[in-house]
Design a protein around this ligand. Structure first.
Ligand code: ZN
Length: 217
């Protein structure tokens, strides 16, 4: 584990050297712009870095991270990332990536006050309440936490599909898939939850917006 602040800059120089030795035009090309195909909505946890664990390079994934990979409809930061990535960058896939052993999810399962974050974690408690019978029936604490991590990802996928941003993209004939994924910090593997959504057919009617003609192209 790196503890020295200066070491980060040393590492950065070595990293640039390494890339330049393999591809001298890499940074020049990258500076011309980005057109990533993927939006990653993941947890802020330091053990879940989008590019490293997918073996992708800079420019490949547009990233938004917050505690417990939440999609909260009043979160201007998340909404701005979502709108920009779909309507300007033209991403084709949105991935909500949760991870087992998530500190945010574990804290939400407990009753201790942590601080301001309690208000953020309340959104995970709402997910717990939706699946209370299933979750309460799981005696093992770790297994119950893992299941809540999965259900939380599923609900955040649904939360994305409830936004007018995603619904308008579909109404405009855009190919956009929203995926739910789990990262296992114990073995480093990604698991697709197979709950991919690509249209409004699974959305509860109360969340379906009329198509906004102003946004049709
Ligand atoms: Zn986490």
């Amino acid at each position: 584990m790196i503890k020295s602040y200066k070491k980060l800059f040393e590492n950065n120089k070595n990293w640039v050297k390494e890339i330049n030795s393999q591809n001298p035009n890499f940074f020049e090309k990258l500076a011309q712009g980005q057109s990533p195909q993927f939006l990653w909505i993941g947890c802020s946890d330091s053990r879940v870095p989008a590019n490293e664990l997918t073996g992708t390079a800079q420019g490949d994934i547009f990233v938004h991270r917050n505690i417990a990979n939440m999609v909260i409809h009043t979160d201007m930061s998340m909404l701005s990332v979502l709108d920009y990535s779909i309507n300007v960058l033209g991403v084709k896939h949105i991935m909500v990536v949760g991870h087992y052993g998530c500190g945010g999810v574990n804290a939400a399962m407990g009753n201790k006050q942590v601080g301001l974050i309690d208000n953020w974690l309340c959104n995970i408690k709402d997910v717990y309440r939706l699946y209370e019978a299933e979750l309460d029936a799981i005696e093992d604490q770790v297994k119950r936490s893992n299941r809540l991590v999965e259900l939380n990802v599923q609900e955040q996928v649904f939360n994305l599909t409830k936004t007018s941003i995603v619904q308008n993209a579909w109404a405009n004939g855009r190919s956009l898939l929203v995926h739910g994924i789990i990262y296992d910090i114990h073995d480093g593997l990604l698991k697709d939850l197979n709950i991919t959504v690509g249209d409004t057919s699974q959305i509860d009617p109360v969340y379906k917006f009329d198509v906004d003609l102003n946004t049709q192209q």
